[in-house]
Design a protein around this ligand. Structure first.
Ligand code: SF4
Length: 364
């Protein structure tokens, strides 16, 4: 491809034009489209909307495991045999203390994740109280991921000042029954619509590498554009021995980067996050993800370990990006910012290392 192809790709996206399905597919699969100019075109769009800033998210696995749903990629599903640390919802005090630690470790956004099908009305009220407490204590953006949510519960959370509701689509409508049978794709869409109707921003993404054809990833990108998702976590399937779906398919580092670029062109103004699998699947090309994506997770993922915090910060700074945080860069990249347990390997054999209780419920 000559340089005009890449320039048009960026310019059309900047003008808000939706790339055709065939073009999106080509970005994922055509070897004539070279990676570096593609990343540069994605960077042009990213820079126009987000500059060189990187938003750092910290997840709190606030209730872990024991989920009645059967999402085949999830270590918390009733069908998973992965040996994770299970616990019911942490106390408000514990969650608040962990919000403080997330803030001190440089987080821009604190994401509380609760396993389960969806919150009851009383659980939604409890979450609303938590949101008020966190937001009045720390200058953090707050996101909640609590399963299926209707208008009533979305309103309770919105009235409490919640910034965003997370609910991932994970895969396309066509493939949904292959990854989950206990709820439907339409349930997920309806949750996102309820959030929007009640004034919440939405965070919704995907998991690539679950055996889906590339066209499915295009379909999800376009659906998220139509739904107006402000934030799109792009996850790459992590392998856990004991899950129903163990082995990721087709995830080379280059393919992962192509996926991130395609999501940037289709959703130019969205926060695109290089989420789970950043270290595992992108390997030595990890830092290149920041040319398309403008956010990432620190301290690993729900039940999977990630890189040490200072290593991640060093990577961001070394590539000339800027960490969006109230704290100084020097403080964030100092070795003392990572707890000793963060230095343990994140890959064991061919699978992802599982978080320990100290990772999930840190005491310092
Ligand atoms: S509903 Fe959420 S926590 Fe439960 S199995 Fe599915 S992804 Fe995992």
């Amino acid at each position: 491809m000559d340089h005009t192809f890449y320039a048009e790709l960026a310019n059309d996206s900047l003008r808000g034009l939706e790339p055709a399905d065939a073009l999106c597919l080509q970005l994922l699969t055509d070897p004539e489209i070279e990676l570096l100019p593609l990343l540069n075109a994605a960077f042009t769009v990213r820079k126009a909307h987000w500059g060189k800033s990187v938003q750092v998210h910290v997840l709190n696995n606030a209730a872990n495991g024991k989920c009645p749903e059967d999402c085949c990629y999830c270590t918390q599903a009733k069908t998973s045999d992965v040996d994770i640390e299970e616990y019911p919802m942490k106390s408000s005090e514990e969650i608040l203390a962990e919000a403080g630690r997330a803030y001190a470790s440089g987080a821009f956004r604190y994401c509380m994740v609760f396993s389960g099908r969806g919150p009851s009305a009383s659980r939604a009220a409890q979450l609303a109280e938590l949101v008020v407490k966190i937001k009045s204590t720390y200058p953090l953006e707050v996101c909640v991921s609590a399963g299926l949510v209707d208008d009533e519960k979305a309103k309770i959370l919105a009235d409490a000042g919640l910034d965003r509701l997370n609910h991932n689509l994970n895969t396309s409508e066509e493939n949904y029954a292959d990854i989950c049978t206990t709820h439907a794709y339409s349930d997920r869409i309806e949750t996102l619509r309820a959030a929007k109707r009640n004034g919440l921003e939405t965070c919704s993404g995907l998991i690539a590498g679950m055996g889906e054809p590339p066209s499915s990833l295009v379909e999800i990108a376009k659906t998220l554009r139509e739904l107006g998702a402000e934030s799109i976590p792009v996850n790459f399937l992590l392998p856990f021995e004991g899950n129903v779906l163990v082995t990721p398919t087709g995830l080379t580092p280059e393919y992962c980067l192509r996926v991130l670029c395609m999501y940037r062109f289709v959703n130019p103004t969205a926060e695109i996050r290089c989420a789970a699998g950043r270290e595992f699947h992108l390997r030595s090309l990890e830092v290149m993800s920041l040319y398309a994506a403008n956010s990432l997770f620190l301290h690993g993922y729900l039940n999977a370990k990630g890189s040490a915090a200072n290593r991640t910060y060093q990577m961001i700074v070394d590539a000339g990006f800027e960490i969006e945080s109230d704290f100084s860069v020097d403080g964030l990249i100092a070795p003392r910012s990572s707890a000793p347990h963060e230095d343990q390997p994140i890959i064991v054999g061919e699978t992802s290392a599982i978080k320990t209780l100290e990772d999930l419920r840190p005491t310092r």
